[in-house]
Each structure stands twice: as structure tokens, then as C-alpha cells.
Design a protein around this ligand. Sequence first.
Ligand code: NAD
Length: 423
Amino acid sequence: MVHRHHERIHIDDRNLCKLCINELGDLYMDLGLSADELELLAMPRRSFTFHFPVRMDSGKTRMFVGHRIQYNDARGPTKGGLRFHPELTVDDVRDLAFLMVLKCAVVNIPFGGSKGGVVVNPKELSKNELEQVTRAYIRAIQDYIGPFKDIPAPDVYTDEHIMVWILDEYERIKGQHVPAVVTGKPYELQGIKARTYSTSLGGIYVLEEAMKRLRMSKARARVSVQGFGHVGENAARILFEEGFKIVAVSDSKGGTMNSRGLDIHKVMQHKEKTGSVADFKGGRNISNAELLTSDCDILIPAALSDQLNKENAGRVRAKIVLELANAPTTTEADQIFSKKGIMLVPDVLANAGGVVVSYFEWSQSLTNEYWDEEKVLRKLKSVMITAFHDVFALCENRCRMRRAAYQLAVRRILHAERMRGNL
Ligand code: NAD
């Protein structure tokens, strides 16, 4: 049961999206949500948990647990990643599926949101076992996925090769080619140009709009990036190539800083050689904690969740925080940033470039028309800038962009529900 402003809303606790209630709780009054609207948003439409056997290389059979949650499909087929992780829980999957619903609505692409995964440590599996787990997962869920139902994509520990196994297994079952059943495919197999850096570039398009609002110049902007993986490394590289000064970067082993600017190409070579950005000759070593409060204008968390919290938010010196990671800022830190006048560009907007390009890939796979890189980037830029303006238009004097983004997404989802006759 959820209590909110003297109203009692009866919701089956087992199916409740905790993140949804936390996030929407604050907005409940602002948006004037009714109890039935909140209840509709707080529960996923379909949740699957299934157990499937896989014959391991040893000849023994092992049972695996898989989840898929199709949270809301009022705006279109559900879209969401597939995660392989030993600690994956159904609660994580539900929260992540809810975030996907919001993200797709913020950037206004015709998808609902979903998420799925298998409880497994892929590092403990052979390549053959990983393939068998992927194929068995798809066999278990085959009736409920498809280009117009639910479209998986890569997530933590699932790469483009796993997407090919998904494609192949689904096509074997259906007896025909169905390339739009999955996104994140390699370019050679109906994938899309620019996919590998689309999340980072989408965030940079939004960042440039935010900087215009604050009248910040690219030439003078100093940037710190936490995380040097897929998203953080590409963001640092693109910004460096565009003339921004990157003053600090870090990864799980530590960070490096140079107030005169780091040569990111050289940092990338150093990481390639040593496995980390730490001990880079062109900078001095710093900890991850130092990076977050370093002297910079733009702070980009691109690693883990809850990195910016009530302990360190007061010491953050940046003017803009661009959330390329999912949920890197706690609610308390969000409030502190708002009081300090720091502009926080929220994850559901800042890192949505990946799902936007997935939408383009899906659309290419349906039409068999393939775009060049220039067209993909032009369309990505247009979607991201429009989304920024849509969100910004909802901000009042002291703009809290997360609130505005959620407000925009919820309005769009409820509008679709209303038109369908569900409200
Ligand atoms: P990744 O695994 O490629 O990289 C993660 C990076 O974070 C690595 O460099 C790792 O060393 C670093 N890291 C780990 N622990 C750290 C710590 N304590 N301090 C500093 N750095 C640490 O993952 P990714 O795909 O780059 O994803 C990063 C974030 O972006 C995640 O929150 C993910 O959910 C989010 N995200 C990714 C995409 C995408 O397209 N890959 C899309 C949307 C959101």
C-alpha cells in the first residue's frame, strides 16, 4: 500500500515499482496525478520470470533464472536491454524498465520500456555456454518478443555478439528473417553506423544546448569525466576532439588530472597498454572522490550510480552536471545542486542517445533502408536538441531539469493511456 497526501492507494506490493514511487512521489502534487494514474504508472504491465535448463560443457545440466519486464507499452512496442549479472534481481529489472519508459517518452520516440536479464556471471561461462544461455533465454521468451512487441538490446555484460545469437535463435524459430527483433547488432549484420558512441554523442548535443543557456564558451570550458568505459571514454574523446579542455578522467583503478588539459588520445593509448588511466605521465594521480569535486566547469559522471550524494554534493564546483551514467546522483544531491544553482542534465535525457539510435536501427531493419553515418548523426542531433528544448520549456526560474523531464515523460505516457481509453 502506498500512502500519499492522505490518500491510500492499494497496490500489490510484490509488483510495485519502488523507483517509480520514489521518483513520482515528489511530482505527485505538481502533476496533479490522480490515484488511478499513479497506480497505473507504478505497476508493470507484464513481468516474466522463468527457469530454463542449459547443458554445460561438462555435460551437466544447470538451471538458470531469467527475467523480462515489459513495463508500459502505451506509446509503442517496449524496448530495453538484456543484462547478464550474478546479482540481478527482479526489483532491479523493474526499476530499469521503468526508466526506459521515461527515457523513450522524454526523447519522444515511439517505444514503451522494458528490461530483462539472466542471473549469471558471464565471466564464469565458456563462449559456448554463453551462447547456449542466450539461445535458451530467447526460446523461453520467444512468444512475447518481436519487432512490434518487445525489442531487446545490449546492456551490462551483453555485447553485439550476444545480439546476433538472439537474432539467429529468433529467426530459426520463426523460419524467416526478422532483423528488427533486436538492436545493437554489428554493422555487418543489419546494425547501424555510429551506434558505439551514440550515447556519448547524444549527451554532448544536449550539453552544448545547456552551455548556450548558461552562456558558456567551449574554448574555456574545463571538463572532468568519471568512468572511462564505453560511455566515458567516447565522451572524453569527442569533447577533446571538439576543443574542450579535459582536466580529469578516472576509472575503477583511479584517475589522472592536469589543470592545463589532458591529451585524451594519449590517455587512451596509456589505458590500452596498462588497463587504466591511472599513472598517466601527462597528469597527476587523483582518486575518484577528488575527481568529483575537482575544479571544473562540466562534471560528467559516466560510471556507477549514487556517486554524487549528500556527502560530496556541497563540494561540487562544476556549473553543469551531465549524467551519462544511470542514476549517478541521489535525490539529496539533486536538491543541493538545485540550491547551488548547478544545472543538472538528468540521465533520462543526457544518456538517451543510445536508445534513439536503437530506434533508428529498428526502423532501418523494418524498411531495409540503410543510412550513412552523416544521416544518423543529423537525425540524432535533431531528436536530442528537440528533447532538450521540450524539457527546458517546463523548467521554471530555478530550473530543475530532472523534475521537468519526468513531468514531460509522465504527461506523454498518460496522454497515450488516456487516448487508448485506459484512463
Ligand atoms: P563500461 O563498463 O564500459 O564502463 C564503466 C566505466 O566505469 C569503466 O571505465 C570502469 O572502470 C569505471 N568504473 C567502475 N567503477 C568505478 C568507480 N568506482 N569510479 C570510477 N570509475 C569506475 O560501462 P558503460 O557502458 O560505459 O556504462 C557507464 C554508465 O553509463 C552506466 O551507468 C550505464 O548504465 C550508463 N549507460 C550506458 C549506455 C551505453 O550505451 N553503454 C547507455 C545509457 C546509460
